[in-house]
Design a protein around this ligand. Structure first.
Ligand SMILES: [Zn+2]
Length: 322
């Protein structure tokens, strides 16, 4: 009998056999779904996980960085301040002339300010941090144990090749964009997040959600199961349990699932090995060779509806440290 690593339940849990699909290895892995907290988890951690993170795994491809010249960065930062609700006369002026910068909705929601120290956990080579740098943030750090080496970008963004446990510091905002599900011990990872975030600040955890329509419909063909890279597929309940155990308050849960939960899972159902997945992501024409325009629109619409019903297959958890 498998014991749940979240709630310690060892009562009968349902088991599933999932196959590696992204690169098309087809290797099989056993998962079990805890009957108590609903978390779907891999039974045995593969001892050759590196095989499944090949160099062309999306977050490890190094980006090009355009240079920001001083006047542009000055203007950007002032607009950013204004758009985050900070008083800034230049910001008002520049926003009138150039428009507001488009910033991800979770930043104002987590009450992030332009001078906040931001940590991205599991950041790969730091694409998102670089994007935030271009928006005008400047106190930006990332960690990822799987990158080749530390990266210190000339624009000040710093990326460390480290595990959470070996990392020191205090941050105003910590974010995990689809990285928690790759970590072998979510409870100790969230304890480390609690240590690293300042009081009265937020940690944002974005993850796939197993208590969702897509899991119930597609089961092992659900694209976000992503065996064996995703070790834990959380339910809302299992995250609440982890938050309770670590003293975090779950301030909000916002669903942000996309149409890929349908077209991606449909492709897996058709056994289309999705080495091609990235081109499917970036190439609408390719998607349209499998799905009609109407079907794709229907998937978009359905994703929106599921998010509103809190039944989409991914969500943002806002954990607050009091
Ligand atoms: Zn459990």
């Amino acid at each position: 009998m498998s014991k749940c690593k979240i709630c310690n339940n060892s009562e009968a849990s349902k088991t599933y056999i999932a196959r590696e699909m992204m690169f098309g290895y087809g290797d099989e892995f056993e998962y079990f779904e805890c009957s108590e907290c609903g978390c779907l988890q891999i039974k045995l951690f593969p001892n050759n996980l590196a095989k499944y993170y090949s160099p062309d795994y999306m977050s490890f491809c190094k980006p090009n960085i355009p240079k920001l010249f001083f006047p542009i960065s000055f203007i950007k930062q002032r607009r950013l301040r204004y758009s985050l609700g900070e008083k800034d006369l230049y910001g008002i002026l520049f926003s009138k002339i150039f428009g507001n910068p488009s910033i991800p909705v979770w930043l104002p929601k987590a009450e992030v300010k332009s001078d906040y120290s931001i940590l991205d956990v599991g950041c790969g080579v730091g694409r998102l941090l670089l994007r935030l740098r271009r928006k005008g943030f400047y106190n930006l750090t990332g960690i990822d144990p799987f990158i080749k080496d530390n990266i210190f970008y000339k624009n000040g963004v710093q990326i460390y090749k480290k595990y959470l446990e070996e990392f020191e510091g205090q941050f105003d905002f910590i974010m995990l964009h689809h990285s928690l599900e790759h970590m072998p011990d979510p409870l100790s990872s969230i304890k480390e997040l609690y240590r690293l975030v300042k009081p009265k600040r937020y940690v944002l955890i974005r993850i796939p959600i197993v208590s969702s329509f897509a899991w119930r419909k597609y089961r092992t063909n659900w694209i976000q199961l992503d065996a064996p890279r995703h070790l834990f597929l959380h339910s809302v309940k299992s995250i609440q349990i982890l938050a309770d155990k670590t003293n975090f308050k779950v301030a909000d849960v916002v669903y942000d699932s996309k149409s890929v939960q349908f077209w991606g899972s449909e492709l897996y159902e058709k056994q289309i090995e999705v080495k091609k997945r990235h081109s499917f992501y970036s190439n609408i024409k390719k998607r349209q060779s499998f799905f009609s325009k109407k079907e794709l629109q229907k998937y978009e619409q359905k994703a929106k509806e599921l998010n509103a019903q809190k039944d989409g297959d991914q969500a943002c958890f806002y954990l607050y440290k009091e």
